[in-house]
Write a protein that binds this ligand. Structure first.
Ligand code: CIR
Length: 256
């Protein structure tokens, strides 16, 4: 099954990004663009057809396309991002996704960021975060229930999104920072913990049996490799300064 990966180039205004937990650090735009191009190249190498969304130079966080939609095999739910500065990003994502999926929308006053939605089989775990509220989560539940998905709201603390705290790295295996989200909500799953020295290391992209993972977290990467996983390293230092991880920079879904 081939995958499509939607990405968007780094905006020149990235340095004015939203920040919730980190101090503002100066971002090398050239380097950010180069790293992003290599990230897209890794997606292509792993079999994704990479589609580049139109640039949004005035939207600092527009490279983090994951937050603008939740794409399932049956439907795409266009989000209403929790940060007001990000709301205008969704139109171009919707225009692109309309070619592949029936669209549904999170409506005001609800908010939802795609970074808060972790799909494991037919369960969508959704972070109750500063970005995703009860109304957004309930609207998502209504849209996906007819397609056989269960929505499970999960408390997250200390980080931006649920997927900053936990992502899937193999069929029954989650990579998790247990200080930010509790393991017990993910019943039936096994876990790899991030190394204590690398709190933001739980964000990985899984494509088939390949894991895309930042070079920034070598200790946790060693744990993934010890578990027998195939890891493809990417440099993400510049988007990490904007609190973005590897999942944030793409929307990956099955093509036809
Ligand atoms: C934001 O605060 O919205 C951006 N600076 C970072 C978004 C990262 N996205 C993600 O984790 N899915």
């Amino acid at each position: 099954m081939s995958h499509i990966a939607l990405v968007r180039d780094v905006s020149p205004s990235l340095e004015r990004c939203e920040l919730s937990f980190q101090q503002r650090a100066s971002i090398d735009l050239e380097k950010a663009r180069e790293q992003h191009a290599r990230y897209a190249g890794t997606l292509a190498k792993l079999g994704c057809r990479v589609e580049v969304l139109p640039p949004l130079p005035e939207n600092p966080d527009a490279v983090f396309v994951e937050d603008t939609a939740v794409v399932l095999d049956e439907i795409a739910v266009i989000t209403r991002p929790g940060a007001e500065s990000r709301r205008s990003e969704v139109d171009s994502t919707a225009a692109a996704l309309g070619a592949y999926r029936r669209l549904a929308y999170i409506e005001a006053p609800g908010t939802l960021d795609g970074g808060d939605v972790l799909r494991v089989d037919r369960t969508l775990y959704v972070g109750r975060s500063a970005r995703s509220d009860a109304s957004g989560i309930e609207q998502l539940r209504r849209h996906v229930k007819p397609h056989g998905y269960r929505v499970e709201a999960v408390d997250v603390r200390g980080c931006l999104h649920l997927k900053t705290a936990v992502t899937q790295v193999a069929p029954q295996l989650l990579l998790i920072n247990p200080a930010w989200v509790e393991e017990r909500v993910f019943s039936g799953m096994e876990f790899i913990h991030v190394d204590r020295a690398e709190p933001p290391a739980a964000n990985a992209v899984l494509i088939g049996s390949d894991v895309i993972y930042p070079h920034s977290f070598p200790r946790t990467r060693a744990r993934l490799e010890l578990a027998g996983l195939t890891v493809h390293g990417v440099y993400m230092s510049e988007t990490e300064k904007a609190e973005g991880g590897v999942t944030c920079c793409s929307l990956i879904f099955k093509g036809s």
